[in-house]
Design a protein around this ligand. Structure first.
Ligand code: UDX
Ligand code: UDX
Length: 440
């Protein structure tokens, strides 16, 4: 069992810390924000992540939260999980990473493990900085995280793979050994390749989403149903069913940032990554297509009331970072619409100026001319739509995540529109249909 120090008590730092403690290691998680550490030590999580509180509680004897650098540094492995947000140019802001490096005292013997998403080549720069400071007994390993918010605990404890990129074989062995309790393949590689695996994986998933969103847009024009199309594609084991859900674009703290990181990295290295340009552009346009759909049904949106259901960038998280809802709300306000919104968990107060936030879905829907499903929270799919109809001014639903039953909504008297589901195709759809599981 190892002694681990983690820098950054964010989504990745807390989940990684708790899960490594679950594997039997002793973990100290350090964050610069006093209030965040106080809440964690008071048994309160500063983030919404299903199942995380049980893992933290279960491992309290091996898991400690502190603002003290010394307590975090005095360990065998030092995990870097601080934020690497994009700068205005879209490059990675590595200030927090360098702060951690500078906090490592002379004479330290440990292995630095990079979990934060960083541009390819960062490992080399860190290695050089450590050597320049005489920290030759501090090893460097890239071990990128692949945690998706909302399923992060499962994603850690049932990882699809663990990537370990190291300069020194023994350092790689030590990081691999940390995960001995997990039943996941370990890919041992070099540092730049490990850094690229993370960026390429996120960029590929974003590409799949932009692809199916474009297919959806064509389906609307040619009378097809993208849900059927995605199913037909996904049954092909070379394609698979995952990340083929059309909607109103991807968001979150990772995809938009990592895709722009990779695009800029390629550009700064002399290669024009055309595909990623398209992925980003398609995603931005997809967030705005809802406005065109609303105008198709309501004409000018000036003075119309539009209710946005769901604000978080996806269900099961309170995270609003790069959430499509924020762009959509701003577009609607710019078109002169009155916008109301509701989310079961995410607190958007202070973020969505000019938007009336409802304490419930029905409160947000009161007097609305249209309801837009923005985030596919189960609470929204299972909403009392008959009740919704009774409080709305006009019965129009734009299903931005294709999670509602078109027949049910029509039976209730709603005008129903979705993403990539042509009217003609919907009318041919059998009443209800269970999706087939993909045959591996
Ligand atoms: C972070 C990175 O942003 C992402 O690139 C990487 O893939 C995973 O780790 P996340 O955990 O979602 O993602 O970030 P965030 O929730 O913002 O947490 C970062 C934490 O680091 C914050 O709690 C912040 O207070 C802390 N931090 C930041 C430090 O402890 N020290 C610093 O110098 C800066
Ligand atoms: C992602 C990666 O999944 C994870 O491996 C990585 O470590 C961090 O980035 P996350 O950002 O939490 O995780 O969310 P994810 O579930 O991947 O969704 C990202 C965005 O894509 C969301 O806005 C989601 O709504 C959208 N999405 C996802 C689609 O529009 N269609 C899909 O089929 C899947």
């Amino acid at each position: 069992m190892a002694r681990i120090g983690i820098f950054g008590a964010g989504y990745v730092g807390i989940v990684s810390g708790a899960c490594l403690a679950e594997l039997g290691h002793t973990v100290v998680v350090r964050d610069v924000v006093q209030e965040r550490i106080e809440r964690l030590n008071a048994g309160e999580l500063p983030i919404y992540e299903p199942g995380l509180d049980e893992v933290v509680e279960r491992n309290r004897d091996r898991l400690r939260f502190t603002t003290g650098v010394a307590a975090a540094v005095d360990n065998d492995l030092l995990f870097v999980c601080v934020g690497t947000p994009p700068t205005h140019s879209g490059d990675a802001d590595l200030a927090a990473v360098w702060t951690v490096i500078e906090e490592i005292p002379p004479g330290t013997r440990a292995i630095l493990v990079m979990k934060s998403t960083v541009p390819v080549g960062t490992g080399e720069k860190v290695r050089a900085a450590l050597d320049a400071r005489g920290l030759v007994d501090v090893g460097y390993v890239s071990c990128p995280e692949f945690l998706a918010e909302g399923t992060a605990v499962r994603d850690f404890l049932s990882s699809d793979r663990i990537v370990v990129g190291a300069y020194d074989e023994a350092d790689g062995d030590a990081v691999e050994a940390l995960h001995a309790g997990l039943d996941a393949p370990v890919l041992r590689t070099d540092v730049p390749s490990a850094e690229m695996i993370k960026l390429a994986a996120n960029a590929y998933l974003g590409t799949r989403i932009s692809f199916i969103n474009e297919i959806a847009n064509v389906c609307e024009l040619v009378g097809a149903d993208v849900q059927q199309v995605a199913r037909g594609m996904g049954l092909d084991r070379r394609i698979g069913e995952h990340y083929l859900r059309p909607g109103i674009g991807f968001g979150g703290s990772c995809f938009p940032k990592d895709i722009s990181f990779l695009k800029l990295l390629a550009g700064n290295s002399g290669y024009h990554f055309q595909l990623l340009n398209a992925v980003i552009e398609v995603n931005e346009l997809q967030k705005r297509r809802v406005v065109t759909k609303l105008q198709k049904h309501l004409g000018s949106l000036r003075g119309k009331r539009v209710a946005l259901l769901g604000l978080a960038f996806k269900p099961n998280t309170d995270d609003l970072r790069e959430a499509p809802s924020i762009v959509l709300a701003a577009r609607l306000l710019a078109e002169g619409a009155e916008v109301s919104a509701w989310d079961p968990v995410a607190d958007a107060s202070g973020l969505l100026k000019g938007v009336r936030l409802g304490a419930s879905a029905l409160e947000a829907l009161a007097g609305a001319d249209a309801a837009v499903v923005v985030t596919e929270w189960p609470q929204i799919a299972e909403l009392d739509w008959a009740g919704a109809k009774s409080v709305m001014r006009t019965s129009l639903v734009i299903d931005g995540r294709n999670v509602l039953d078109p027949h049910e909504l029509k039976r209730l008297g709603f005008a129903y529109d979705a993403v990539g589901r042509a009217e003609s195709a919907l009318s041919l759809l059998p009443e209800t249909q269970e999706p087939e599981r993909e045959q591996h």
